[in-house]
Write a protein that binds this ligand. Structure first.
Ligand SMILES: CC(C)(COP(=O)(O)OP(=O)(O)OC[C@H]1O[C@@H](n2cnc3c(N)ncnc32)[C@H](O)[C@@H]1OP(=O)(O)O)[C@@H](O)C(=O)NCCC(=O)NCCS
Length: 313
């Protein structure tokens, strides 16, 4: 049972250190060993911490046991000034299983609170720190984390659903030409055009920046559809958040309901399967789209996230 295995420690002996190139590998291992429902490769962890330009090294608290130089707890915090310069986001909070339920998480949280007050931060959110986030809230299977945040005065926003799709039925390569449209993996010559297409058609969110991340992967994990004039009419991106994640995606509004989005999705599923994965997780699906993916691809709601927030006074 979570929290049963205790190792008594003297909290006063612990020291906070900043996340750095020297300790990032051990902090990554701490997350991997203690996150029951989530795992990411090391390069995604690095990109989401030290390489995230909103990463806040003073608010991200890593507690070390100086006797063996190992991290035993870590709270990773980023800021998103474009969204609101008085907000900050928890990307992940973890206490090593052996040290739980001794008030360690709470002690770190109080230290965090005293630091944010000096910085005039008015709200802390465990939720989507777009464009670079791992999960859009607390995966509610993480019961300890959910109650921990509630105890510390966090409130829940409306739930966000991801959908899981099995790749068992994806057995043949999707078509490259269909109904006058061409489907292909984005090539460097089309990076700029694709970015601009996303920006133009979806100006009110950070999708273009998210798609940009996929251009840095080898090979790029975005597929595009072009019409006979070689103009981009839609795109779909996968593995941007973590391997096997799906999204964002979009098709020119005038050309919707012609099956272009479905072909792009199939290309992503196929590509994910070629990497040896057996399922895909569609990120942050809302409204009737849930039903669409469920009817068409047998997707089911899982996992469910609660973005949680606390106002700082
Ligand atoms: C959430 C977490 C950080 C709390 O750290 P901790 O040091 O154990 O927390 P504390 O000892 O300060 O406990 C404070 C409160 O948290 C809640 N809590 C902690 N463990 C809990 C559990 N297993 N079930 C329910 N509530 C729990 C309780 O409200 C507790 O207060 P109480 O003792 O008065 O009941 C830790 O349990 C953890 O790492 N959980 C896993 C998190 C995870 O999966 N992260 C992955 C995503 S990044």
């Amino acid at each position: 049972m979570e929290g049963e295995e205790h190792k008594q420690i003297t909290i006063d002996n612990m020291v906070y250190r900043k996340l750095s190139n020297d300790n990032i590998q051990s902090v990554y291992q701490l997350f991997e060993n203690n996150s029951r429902f989530f795992s990411i490769p090391f390069d995604y962890f690095r990109r989401g911490t030290l390489e995230d330009d909103g990463f806040d090294p003073n608010l991200s608290l890593i507690l070390f046991n100086p006797e063996n130089n190992k991290p035993i707890a870590a709270f990773i915090v980023v800021k998103r000034n474009e969204m609101n310069e008085n907000y900050c986001f928890f990307k992940g909070c973890v206490v090593d299983k052996k040290y739980r339920r001794q008030g360690l998480g709470s002690k770190i949280f109080y230290e965090f609170l005293s630091r944010v007050k000096e910085k005039e931060i008015t709200q802390v959110i465990y939720g989507p720190s777009v464009p670079e986030y791992w999960q859009p809230g607390v995966d509610i299977r993480n019961t300890s984390l959910y109650f921990f945040l509630k105890k510390h005065g966090f409130k829940s926003h409306r739930a966000i659903f991801n959908l899981t799709v099995s790749l068992n039925a994806i057995n043949k390569e999707p078509v490259r030409n269909k109904d006058g449209y061409i489907y292909e993996r984005v090539q460097p010559k089309d990076f700029k055009k694709t970015f601009e297409f996303v920006k133009r058609h979806f100006p009110n969110n950070t999708w273009a920046e998210e798609v940009n991340f996929s251009f840095k992967l080898q090979p790029p994990s975005t597929f595009i559809a072009k019409d006979e004039n070689n103009e981009i009419v839609g795109w779909a991106t996968h593995s941007q958040f973590f391997p096997g994640s799906f999204g964002p995606t979009g098709v020119n509004e005038l050309l919707r309901e012609k099956g272009i989005g479905t072909e792009l999705f199939l290309w992503c599923l196929w590509d994910i399967k070629q990497k040896g994965l057996d399922r895909c997780e569609i990120m942050w699906v809302e409204g009737n789209t849930v039903k669409f993916y469920s009817k068409t691809f047998g997707a089911y709601i899982s996992p469910i996230f609660y973005p949680m927030y606390k106002k700082i006074k």
